[in-house]
Design a protein around this ligand. Structure first.
Ligand code: NAP
Length: 272
């Protein structure tokens, strides 16, 4: 164990994929861990391996974050354990199924995990972070948060929520010592694709990143205090321009009069 102690990181969806890589990397960086997911067996073997390799204590909570009762145990942990300095809201599911082919109950469960659980865990963690003047939240969004046409629209909507929520959290909490990062991965090689009904083999390898590379890039963005990190976007100036265009509209988005193009007296019909 060579790294300085960084406090405890609670990582959701840590049994496999992106969350499991975060767990490994954070332990290597000096965090004790609390790993959350449903599969107790996978959590146990990962916890044992990380503890052996890094010497860091690793606790597990097997909880279904779709279930309010077991979700409450994770919320209580975040509220009560003052050693927690980092929350990684990673657990999430997706699908590529178009709206008309999607089961609305499955879509609602997706919203419950990707949005409701993430929101509730954030609410549980933030008061302690603020009172201690220290803490960080990493929220795993997706590139479909800004490109919802690319996959299922409800999934894109949940990830747009994660991005907007993170931007708002940063706005409210940065001055209180709480650091917020939204990570927007592109296609990443995990079970996510199989679970969502589109096995990875169907994707062009040129657009798929390994989970290790994705998390290492995201943590590099975290170290640079980026609010938004898009690991695959090579030309970072494009995101800066996108944000600048958004910010340039802020002062014009709420006015007492409708825009001229919507005026009732306007007689010109487009194309007429
Ligand atoms: P993954 O390999 O399928 O892992 C998902 C994790 O979430 C697993 O640990 C799973 O563990 C856990 N999980 C699922 N449902 C849960 C529930 N109800 N309660 C608690 N834990 C639950 O997927 P991944 O690619 O690592 O996805 C991680 C995050 O990255 C997600 O938010 C996803 O939307 C986002 N993302 C992924 C990609 C990609 O291409 N892979 C791209 C952009 C964003 P259990 O099954 O043991 O519960």
């Amino acid at each position: 164990m060579t790294q300085t102690y960084q406090g405890t990181a609670l990582v959701t969806g840590a049994s496999t994929g992106i969350g499991a890589v975060y767990a490994e990397r954070l332990a290597e960086r000096g965090y004790d861990l609390i790993l959350v997911a449903r599969s107790r067996g996978r959590l146990l073997s990962l916890a044992e391996r990380i503890a052996n390799e890094t010497g860091r204590p690793v606790e597990i909570i097997d909880a279904d974050l779709n279930d309010p009762t077991s979700r409450a145990t994770v919320e209580a942990k975040l509220t009560e354990d003052a050693s927690i300095t980092l929350l990684v809201n990673n657990a999430g599911v997706g699908t590529h199924t178009p709206l008309l082919d999607s089961d609305v109950d499955a879509m609602t469960r997706m919203i419950d995990l990707n949005v409701t659980a993430l929101t509730r865990l954030t609410y549980a963690a933030v008061p302690g972070f603020v009172s201690r003047g220290k803490g960080a939240i990493i929220n795993i969004s997706s590139i479909v948060g800004i490109a919802p046409e690319r996959l299922n629209g409800v999934y894109g909507g949940t990830k747009a929520f994660v991005l907007a929520f993170s931007q708002s959290l940063h706005h409210e909490l940065a001055s209180k010592g709480v650091k917020v990062q939204a990570v927007l991965p592109g296609a990443t090689a995990t079970d996510f694709w199989q679970t969502g009904g589109l096995p990875l083999e169907n994707l062009d390898p040129a657009i798929v990143m390994s989970a290790g590379d994705m998390v290492d890039a995201a943590l590099s963005g975290f170290d640079r205090n980026e609010l938004v990190t898009i690991p695959a976007l090579h030309d970072g100036a494009k995101w800066d321009a996108f944000e600048a265009a958004r910010a340039a509209m802020f002062s014009e988005l709420s006015t007492s009069t409708p825009a001229l193009r919507y005026s009732a007296n306007k007689t010109t019909v487009h194309g007429a």
